[in-house]
Ligand binder design. Structure first.
Ligand SMILES: CC(C)(COP(=O)(O)OP(=O)(O)OC[C@H]1O[C@@H](n2cnc3c(N)ncnc32)[C@H](O)[C@@H]1OP(=O)(O)O)[C@@H](O)C(=O)NCCC(=O)NCCS
Length: 411
């Protein structure tokens, strides 16, 4: 059987809130964030009626309470998709949403479905990282992993040990750049287009969550220099050069390229190749390196062919290690995270993979000359995920336009 081409037609996310009582989603359920995203995808794409969605695949790192009960199925029912729509949930920690997208893409490629919605959600306020996990004692007793492996900030400190040439000052500079790029993108109206505003009830009453709560555009090197290092005394990893603790959801609409042509919708980008790879859990931030080498090999491309890179910023040091490996300009490679990253926006774990894809989708639109883009991220307990996408902004345009015109005429 020949694999079919799979395209991403649209993507959208909620605003990213701060986890905890001060966050605007504190009194909002995680599954309601998912429902909002699904409904918005359908609202923005009227060619796709709810009964046409055949699969609803969602990732979450913690799969219980408001993120439990097979989120893919519960959110399909809550969002008003057809009862015939299948639903599933997946956990690959931070790459859970990325895995939902790549798995749904594989299903479409094999012909199991024509149209799917996939995404990720994490309400880190309701589900603090690993709070209810019960790791097998053998991990530590048999020294399968060190204690550091279970605390992500400690794995980032380990990376600083591994690459002493990546100094704290470099990590802070990278973090400041992320904040500056995000602030500029926000000011230029790039971010608002990706966010579906949501009315939510908070201890202060009803508010509209339509802007991310985490960014700190006022960040300076002086402000970053003396922050506490919560993961190690006299360490290098701080709240300023790490991603934060956040709540949010992000999803995308996928279909076969044939289906997009049949419906006359403009596909934005095509899956070229994807893969995941493992690394030592104690240095989990290295994950994107082997995953990216592998995905480039699978696609028959080199880093020189990649015009845009969306790298999840779990920690600045881990991004710098990636840039060092691929000989990118440190710290301000223009191809990498041109609109900033998770250090500024926040990192509601499972939603970040799709968030990278939505950024890439909009960046592709602004730069149709760029042919290939990469979305990549590190994963707790030592993995990386990488997806290569092809920009379709200019290809299938005529066909989609003709189909739309025919539809209008027939109305
Ligand atoms: C690092 C971490 C522990 C910090 O948590 P926190 O203490 O709740 O963070 P806060 O936002 O309150 O920031 C702490 C302090 O740093 C300051 N700060 C944060 N970012 C700053 C910035 N860019 N510039 C200046 N100050 C900043 C805050 O103002 C705060 O100061 P205060 O203590 O005087 O109020 C938390 O964000 C974390 O665990 N991050 C990693 C998440 C993770 O592991 N994700 C998975 C990745 S694989």
């Amino acid at each position: 059987m020949k694999a079919r081409e799979v395209v991403l037609v649209d993507g959208v996310r909620t605003a990213f809130g701060r986890a905890g009582e001060k966050g605007f989603f504190w009194q909002t359920r995680a599954d309601d964030l998912v429902v909002k995203v699904i409904r918005e995808l359908l609202r923005r794409n009227p060619e796709i009626t709810p009964d046409m969605v055949e699969e609803n695949f969602w990732g979450a790192t913690t799969q219980e309470k408001d993120q439990g009960l097979t989120l893919g199925r519960t959110s399909a029912i809550l969002a008003g998709l057809s009862e015939h729509c299948a639903g599933a949930s997946v956990d690959r920690m931070c790459a859970s949403g990325m895995t939902a997208v790549t798995t749904a893409a594989s299903e479409i490629a094999l012909g199991a479905f024509d149209i799917a919605i996939a995404g990720g959600v994490e309400h880190m306020g309701h589900h603090p990282m690993a709070a209810t996990a019960d790791p097998n004692p053998r991990f530590l007793v048999d020294r399968l992993v060190s204690e550091d492996a279970l605390v992500m900030g400690k794995t980032a400190e380990n990376l600083h040990d591994m690459f002493p040439e990546i100094t704290k000052e470099m990590a802070d500079e990278y973090a400041m750049l992320s904040q500056q790029r995000t602030a500029k993108a926000d000011k230029d109206g790039k971010i608002v287009q990706m966010i579906v505003p949501m009315s939510v009830y908070t201890p202060e009453g009803w508010v509209v969550a339509d802007r991310d709560q985490q960014p700190r555009p006022e960040t300076t090197m002086e402000g970053l220099r003396d922050l506490k290092t919560p993961f190690r005394p006299m360490g290098k990893v701080t709240a300023g050069n790490s991603s934060g603790l956040n709540d949010g959801a992000c999803g995308v609409l996928l279909m076969s390229r044939e289906k997009a042509a049949e419906l006359g919708v403009q596909p934005k980008m095509k899956v070229v190749a994807y893969t995941y790879a493992g690394v030592r859990p104690e240095v989990m931030g290295l994950g994107p390196i082997p995953a990216t080498h592998k995905v480039l090999r699978l696609a028959g491309l080199s880093m020189n062919d990649i015009g845009l890179i969306e790298l999840n910023e779990a920690f600045a040091v881990q991004c710098l290690a990636f840039m060092r490996e691929f000989k990118l300009k440190m710290p301000d490679e223009p191809r990498l995270n041109p609109w900033g990253g998770a250090i500024a926006f926040g990192h509601p774990l499972a939603s970040s993979g799709p968030r990278l894809m939505v950024h890439l989708m909009h960046e592709f639109a602004e730069d149709p000359k760029v042919k290939y883009g990469l979305t990549t991220m590190c994963v707790g307990l030592g993995q990386g995920g990488s997806v290569i996408w092809e920009n379709l902004r200019n290809s299938d345009k005529k066909a989609a336009g003709k189909k739309r015109a025919a539809r209008k005429k027939n109305k």
